[in-house]
Design a binder for this molecule. Structure first.
Ligand SMILES: Nc1ncnc2c1ncn2[C@@H]1O[C@H](COP(=O)(O)OP(=O)(O)OP(=O)(O)O)[C@@H](O)[C@H]1O
Length: 293
């Protein structure tokens, strides 16, 4: 339970191909990071995975069943979606928004059971938003809204969660807490992210999109190379490891120019030891001495 597979997903709007033959696999309980520059197709793909858009071709499967053979209720019971910016829910309190997560489990005229209330309480606590549960959703800050959306998703007790840039409004502590929480849930997650260091730290598997195509997929160690980041994002980077955790660390140097590429090449595989800040300065200094090609 919790396995998501796509095969050959393509989607065009008005002749413009937004997604091109996307193959993706998210294994049970793993965290998959969806990376790629603005407009590369992350949100479009997540919407197709959620059944909110229908692709022109290709299939989405949850375990052994095609998404289109699953009823809306079944999907709502197993799959939670945390979208980037949700502006609905205006008249609702934070608690009422989180209670929406229990809707797929209730009969049409049934209220929340004690068990439902306990699940909502736990979701509010785990996302650190319980103290604001009686506030009007509309009055929350961007980060508080994101945490409320995550709480609603948790209240669904899903097997899979799709999250579109769930950290973009969060302060650093809440970014780390959210990703730690997702890791601890033991639920399959596909997360669109922009922060490569968070992706390296928290994701089991990465998929990089560019112009609607998958251009790399695999473990962070394999996917996050200097060459890949430079070619997709047009930014020179230094890649080393955090001394304490040994997790891959990406330090952004500057938008890619030929001189920076030359400097990076002098460091071989670009695993530059020492303080990231010093390495950046050293690379920048050196680059100024390089004759431009
Ligand atoms: N309904 C639409 N009509 C026309 N173009 C669209 C539509 N939806 C998305 N696009 C285009 O499809 C491309 C992919 O958009 P998408 O939102 O999936 O990218 P993204 O990778 O999530 O970007 P970002 O990182 O900026 O959130 C963009 O060029 C976008 O302008």
């Amino acid at each position: 339970m919790g396995h998501i597979t796509t095969a050959g997903i393509s989607w065009s709007i008005k002749g413009h191909r937004l997604l091109d033959a996307i193959d993706l696999q998210a294994h049970d309980r793993k965290i998959v990071g969806l990376l790629g520059p603005n407009g590369s197709g992350k949100t479009s793909l997540l919407r197709i995975l959620a059944g909110l858009r229908r692709p022109d071709s290709g299939s989405v499967r949850y375990d052994d069943t095609s998404l289109h053979d699953l009823s809306r209720r079944t999907i709502a019971r197993r799959l939670a979606v945390v979208e980037q910016d949700v502006s609905a829910h205006d008249p609702l309190s934070v608690r009422q928004v989180v209670e929406l997560g229990r809707t797929p489990f209730r009969g049409r005229f049934e209220g929340l059971t004690t068990n439902d209330q306990q699940i909502v309480d736990a979701a509010l606590e785990r996302t650190n938003i319980a103290d604001k549960q009686h506030r009007n959703w509309h009055t929350l800050s961007g980060g508080e809204k994101q945490r409320t959306q995550l709480a609603r998703a948790l209240a669904q007790q899903p097997h899979e969660i799709l999250l579109d840039e769930p950290t973009n409004h969060l302060d650093i502590r809440h970014q780390l807490e959210l990703l730690d929480l997702l890791g601890a849930l033991g639920v399959t997650c596909i997360i669109a992210l922009h922060d490569l260091n968070l992706a390296a730290r928290y994701c089991d598997h990465l998929v990089i999109l560019d112009h609607g195509q998958v251009i790399a997929a695999g473990e962070p160690e394999i996917v996050l190379t200097r060459e890949m980041i430079e070619s997709v994002y047009g930014v020179n980077v230094l890649i080393d490891r955090e001394p304490a955790t040994k997790i891959l660390r990406v330090t952004y140097v500057a938008p890619a120019t030929r001189s920076h590429v030359a400097v990076s090449a002098t460091h071989g595989d670009c695993l530059i030891a020492g303080s990231g800040a010093k390495s950046v300065v050293a690379a920048a200094d050196l680059s100024e001495q390089e004759p431009s090609a």
